[in-house]
Design a protein around this ligand. Structure first.
Ligand code: MN
Length: 201
């Protein structure tokens, strides 16, 4: 299949002041577009051309680094955009809310652990909330890896991945990754995350 850049359901300035307009514009039209374009180039004429992105992640060890990096980049950013929403934030909903309280004790504890996973990821990568063996779990991956990849140290069904590459926050937050991580919870689309959690059951 030929992969395409998904349109955002909100404007580039809609996540202000937490994520600035220029960052959103460059992140979507340049970074994510490049992952899509380079993924399509890397899979052209290979077995990977016939696979959807989820199947590709699950057998990524069979393919070259360009497929891993750009395929991961495409999957990771696609789930990121739809996990965010203007005028969002607030409290988790539904079965996910219950699972968060049961697993972490509180939403604040979840945020703390996830922000720690993002803050301690050296260099570029992602912090993840996912479902592993029926339980919520938090981990992080380097570069554009993700927990769906067969090579991942932390395998789980992703619910929410936070981009901690500098390109995700540097224009507005510079070196203050922790401030970006704190701010991003104002944008979390809990309805969407709960839907993802329900789909894991
Ligand atoms: Mn990114």
């Amino acid at each position: 299949m030929t992969h395409t850049l998904p349109a955002l359901s909100y404007a580039y300035d809609a996540l202000e002041p937490h994520i600035d307009t220029l960052t959103m514009t460059i992140h979507h039209t340049k970074h994510h577009q490049a992952y899509v374009d380079n993924l399509n180039k890397a899979i052209a004429g290979t077995e990977a051309e016939n696979m959807d992105i989820i199947s590709l992640m699950g057998s990524i060890s069979k393919f070259p680094a360009a497929v891993r990096n750009n395929g991961g980049g495409h999957y990771n950013h696609t789930q990121f955009w739809t996990a965010l929403q203007p005028t969002a934030g607030g409290a988790p909903v539904g079965a996910l809310a219950d699972a968060i309280n049961a697993t972490f004790g509180s939403v604040d504890a979840l945020k703390e652990q996830m922000n720690a996973a993002g803050a301690t990821r050296f260099g570029s990568g992602w912090a993840w909330l996912g479902v592993k063996d029926g339980q919520l779990a938090i981990c992080s991956t380097p570069n554009q890896d993700n927990p769906l990849m067969d090579i991942a140290e932390c395998k789980c069904q992703p619910i929410f991945g936070i981009d901690v590459w500098e390109h995700a926050y540097y224009l507005h937050y510079q070196n203050r990754r922790a401030d970006y991580l704190t701010a991003i919870w104002n944008l979390v689309n809990w309805e969407e995350l709960n839907n993802r959690f329900e789909a894991c059951k």
